[in-house]
Design a protein around this ligand. Sequence first.
Ligand code: KG4
Ligand code: ZN
Length: 336
Amino acid sequence: MRVLGVESSCDETGLAVYDTGRGLLAHAVHTQVAMHAEYGGVVPELASRDHIRRITPLTRTVLAEAGLTLADLDAVAYTQGPGLAGALLVGAGFATALAAALGLPAIGVHHLEGHLLSPLLATPRPAFPFIALLVSGGHTQLMRVDGVGRYQLLGETLDDAAGEAFDKTAQLLGLGYPGGPALAALAQTGEAKRFRLPRPMLRSGDLEFSFAGLKTAVLTLSKKEGAAARADIAAGFQAAVVDVLAGKSLAALEQTGLARLVVAGGVGANRALRARLDAEAALRGYEVFYPPLELCTDNGAMIAYAGALRLQAGMAAADGRFSVRPRWDLAELAAV
Ligand code: KG4
Ligand code: ZN
């Protein structure tokens, strides 16, 4: 079974073809980062218009790369939410129309379910059940995952998401937008121990997070220390975020008695976080799984894959109607 995946929830247009027998056949992403950079953040109307421009050519690209035509597809999966309403509508409209024209089912996928299942696209694959640390620009959550559609929220951020904290801190340090990768690169050259930044809620005893205070601490520090201390501040900030994310992930494993941790979402690309989790896991006999690096940030492959799993599990509605859900809690997803 071959599923075309369409991702358009924010500022990346992602298309992919996943084959349930052969795996991922092709995927392509167009990122709008350069277009939004001059505004310091995503401009929703510009995002929607750019998705419209990219979606058809990218579909042709992935089909050609996979050596397929539209007639070879068995279903079309698209990101139904959460995300920007206009951007979601482009992908949903395109996918539903294409599916209707081909007489195929159109499958609405939850964006976070895509991220959550994306480590299953790597080898070795984690077996269920596992703990998932979802760290993206919009979300920071710890979930217990027992199977496709069976997710239990264990804790989440009370304010900023981890990626948002990276982006806002990068902006404070004059690194532009989106600053996560740039901040991580600068941190590499700094001395993390020079400034001791707070580890918000690390000892709160629950699995909730908070990152807004950290950003304020960076603001105060960078005003006091000036541009010369930028790399050390970046390193101190990254160390604080890594401490909190690793500490809470280990606590989740301990509390649930599970031994597998899956890391998903854009911040999962962070090398310091990966090194720390790998080291802690090795000490304690846990296993950590990551998606392939290029599938950490938004992409169509994870949507095609989640759509295929839902279709196989008989969990995909195909009545030709569509709606988008800009705000959509993952916990509301129907179980198998
Ligand atoms: O999952 P994603 O592509 O989009 C959302 O659904 O939000 O995540 C994007 C986020 C951004 O905040 C970006 O700055 C962050 O992931 N990010 C990183 C790194 N690469 C991307 N943060 C820290 N270190 C990185 N290497
Ligand atoms: Zn995402």
